[in-house]
Structure formats: C-alpha cells, structure tokens
Design a binder for this molecule. Sequence first.
Ligand code: FAD
Ligand code: NAD
Length: 486
Amino acid sequence: MAGEDTYDVVVIGGGPVGENVADYAIRGSDRTAAIVEHELMGGECSYWACMPSKALLGPGAALDAARALPGSRDRLTAPGPDPGAVLGWRDTVTGRRGSSGATHDDAGQVRWATGAGIEVIRGHGRIAGEKRVAVGDRVLTAREAVVVATGSTASIPPIPGLREALPWTSRDATNLVEVPQRSLVLGGGVVACEAATWLLDLGVRELVMAVRGERLLPRMEPFAGERVAAALRERGADIRMNTTIESVDRPGAEATGYGRLHGGPATVRLGGDGAGELVVDEILVAAGRAPATTDIGLDVLGLPARGPLGVDDRLTVPGHPWLYAVGDVNGRNALTHMGKYQARVAGDVIAARAEGRDLDDPRYAASSDHGAVPQVVFTRPEIASVGMTRADAEKAGLDVRVVDDDIAVAGSYLLDPDRPGHANLVVDAARDVLVGATFVGAQTAELVHSATVAIVGEVPVSRLWHAVASYPTVSEVWLRLLDRLR
Ligand SMILES: Cc1cc2nc3c(=O)[nH]c(=O)nc-3n(C[C@H](O)[C@H](O)[C@H](O)COP(=O)(O)OP(=O)(O)OC[C@H]3O[C@@H](n4cnc5c(N)ncnc54)[C@H](O)[C@@H]3O)c2cc1C
Ligand SMILES: NC(=O)c1ccc[n+]([C@@H]2O[C@H](COP(=O)([O-])OP(=O)(O)OC[C@H]3O[C@@H](n4cnc5c(N)ncnc54)[C@H](O)[C@@H]3O)[C@@H](O)[C@H]2O)c1
C-alpha cells in the first residue's frame, strides 16, 4: 500500500558508510533516521570486499610469518594453507550461509541499526524530489537531510567478448567456492594484487596478470609495486606489464552463481608487450570501480546520473543543501575508513545544522580527504602508505625532500631476517613537515598510523626526532629515516 513516512534523516545505502552517517546524525538526540537498503545491511565491505578478502589472506600471511623464522619454519607440514578451511573461515567472517553462495546473514547488522534507533527499510531507494525518497510505492520524507551512500560497482571494460564471457568480478573472487586452476587477472591495482595473492595461496596452477601500465599499484611509490611484483613472480605468477585483453571467446559461458566457474574455458587474446593467446578457466576483472549513481533519481534534481556525486568538504552536494553524499559514491577516496570518516563529518554537520549551531569548527570539514589518506594493501609484502607520494608532492609544486631506507632494524630482523622491508618519507621542506610516507614489509600495517598522526598534526620534523620508538620494534625505522633528514 502506498504510504508516506517522515524521518529527520533518510540514508540510501546501508553499507559501512550509510550506517555510520545515520548513527552520527541522530546519536544523543531525539532525531529519527531510516536507512534504505536493497541488498544486505553492511554493504560491499562486509560480505564482498574488505572482510572476505582479508579473511582469505590471513592464513597465508600467518604461514609466511612462521616460515620466516627457524623454529617455526621446520614445524610447518604443508606448503600452503588448507583451501577448504580458508573458505570456511571466510564464511564465518562474512556470515555466509552454506556453500551455495549468494546469500549472507545480515541479521547482526540489522540488530545494530535497530539498537542505534535507526529503522531499516528494505528496497531500492530513489530520490523523488527535494527531501523525498521513493522506495517502491512508499515515499519517505526527510525533515533535515537525505544522504546518498550507495557505494560503487565493479567496472568491466568494453573489450570484445569480455562481458559475454561473464568474467569474475571481485564479488566472485572474494566469495569463491571453486578455485580456477588457470586464472587470468585483468588489472594491476589493489584488488588485482590482493586477489592474486590469495589465488596463489589457494593453489591455482597458472596465474597470469594483464597489467595495462608499467607497474603494479601505480598510484603508490614505485618501490611498493616493484616489491609486490617480485614476490608474486617468485610464487609463480606470470605478470605481463603494458598488456591488456584484446578479445575473449567463451562459447560455454554460464551464470552459475558467485564464486563458481562461469562456464567452460575461455580463449583470451592479449595485446601489448605480453601479447599472446591463452586458454583459462576464469578471468577476474579487477579494473576499477564506478560510483553507484545510476537509477537513484539524480536526474530528478538535474544532476548527472553517471560518475561520482560531487560534494564540498561538508559532504553536501552543491546547490542542494539538504543532500549529502558519502563513501565510494562521491568519488573522493574509495576506502571504508575514509568513507566512515566522511560519515562522521557529515553526521556531525547534519546534527549541527538541525540544532542551529554554526559550522565554524574543523570537525565539520572532511579535510583529511585531501592529502592525509592512509591505505594498507594486504599483499605479501604488506604495503602501508599515507598522504602524498614523491610524484604527488612534485606535481603539487612543493619543495620536496624524500628520504628512503630499507626497514632493517632489530624489530624487523626478529620478524624476518631474510626479507628487509623498505620505507620512505616525503617532506615539504619549506614547512618542515611530513606530507607522505610509504612502508613495505612485515607489520607495516600497524606502523602507518604514526605517519598519519604526524601528517594530520603537521608535526615539525625537528619535533618528530623526539618521538622515540621502542626497542626492538619495526617503528625504529623512523629513527633511520629521520637521521637521514638531519
Ligand atoms: C575486493 C575489495 C576489497 C576491499 N578491501 C578494502 C580494505 O581492505 N580496506 C578498505 O578500506 N577498503 C577496501 N575496499 C573498498 C571498500 O569496500 C569500499 O570503500 C566500501 O565498501 C565503501 O563503503 P560504502 O558504504 O560507501 O559502499 P558499499 O559498501 O558499496 O555500500 C553501499 C550499499 O548501498 C546499497 N545500495 C546501493 N544503491 C542502493 C539503492 N538505490 N537503494 C538501496 N540500497 C542501495 C548497496 O546494496 C550497499 O549495501 C575493498 C573493495 C573491494 C572491491
Ligand atoms: N586494501 C585496500 O585498501 C583495498 C583492497 C581492495 C580494494 N580497495 C579499493 O577498491 C577500489 C577498487 O580497486 P581496483 O583494484 O579495482 O581499482 P584500481 O583503480 O586500484 O585499479 C584498477 C587497475 O585496473 C587497470 N585497468 C583498468 N582498465 C583496464 C583495461 N582495460 N585493461 C587493463 N587494465 C585496466 C588500471 O590500470 C589499474 O591498474 C580502489 O579504490 C581500492 O583502493 C582497497
């Protein structure tokens, strides 16, 4: 039956970002919020992206850490993880039901939302006018704000025969139930590198990566991609740079469900430096993502129904002071933690505006979106970076000073004596502050937050010298790098 309901805040999309913005917008008040979700509360991250991928990568990383040291190395009885148990662990982490595939249990996320005072409305949300969202035959009216948090979807490049071949996307790779023994990965970004790592852990026989550019992870410092490429090659990956797919022929393509082989073998013609013909059991397309802006009613407001939904630093869509966009959909930084950060800022802005408070405070601007974005890539070696690369800083016209060194301190030697990591710091010499850092190697994921604090706090390098790292930890690499800056 048609109906009309009024809430203070209506959020379209119940991923990690939508959940957080609803929570922050109403927390500690008597405001009401609804989240419209057409699939699963928890979004891409919980079931198809961050959580399953990290669950798949964990056991291989733990074995590698054990293999690095005498005493534990000799106790390992098998070369790799137990594939069945790894998939079982992935299922536990993601609340995946049984082995048939496509469904997950989001009851826990719904319970959390309800407990936070947020109503979950199942269905596809579309903007239907100012402060109005249609869900089926229901119209929701927002007194204060409508927030678009619809995320992104995997892009499939327009290559002859590729779409018809029903290739895997990251959803299949993270929810795999069959391991494609001959795998082709298209792309050299984060999804491609992490997926190649777990496919090798799960025992694929042949793994080819077709990489359009000259190196893996092109947005990071060159040494990061070089080290990941060397490690993947050492494990048997055939990585072809300056290469892409020209055409695909898969006569037996079949929609068998997420994570199953989508039919029989595919014949793939590669072009570029790694040209040639391959026959593979599956193609994983890891060629970037597109903001989910189609079919959400943006045309009703005269906004483009393709590409990112642009916002200012208050996460507000220019010209529409009641409309916000947070997370992957706004095209700023497609990372869960950055989306959740935007959600906190947007939630605070919505609350302040509802209460008539002024916004003259740094907490009401998503300033870290510009130049203070951390990211960890869970390859082996692990990569952790924040802020600008040398190339970014040079492009921005800064007075750039870069120092780099191997991570070869007592703390790293005790973790892995044979494989020192590598790190650099990018400094704006004119201001004597850090603007970027990259660390590659064991336990660097937990190291990067120190650099984030230094960048966000604009701590002068001369003061960083007095931030003493404990012995023997990997953090002592700070001492080595800062020594080079003296
Ligand atoms: C394989 C993979 C691994 C990743 N690993 C990491 C990682 O380790 N760390 C990290 O920080 N980031 C990672 N990311 C990125 C991360 O997944 C995204 O940045 C994050 O999920 C974005 O959150 P979001 O809430 O904006 O969007 P999403 O998580 O995509 O959620 C959007 C939600 O909106 C719903 N929705 C969309 N349209 C509508 C509509 N019209 N009506 C109703 N509901 C709608 C969707 O069903 C979905 O639930 C990874 C991505 C991939 C693909
Ligand atoms: N650990 C993490 O933080 C993590 C993990 C996975 C994904 N993510 C995020 O998810 C998003 C999506 O990741 P992604 O790896 O899909 O995207 P990406 O943009 O990082 O990489 C896409 C890659 O595909 C290549 N490509 C695009 N079209 C191509 C073509 N026609 N032929 C050959 N190569 C082509 C690009 O050159 C690029 O190397 C990113 O923003 C990423 O940061 C984060």
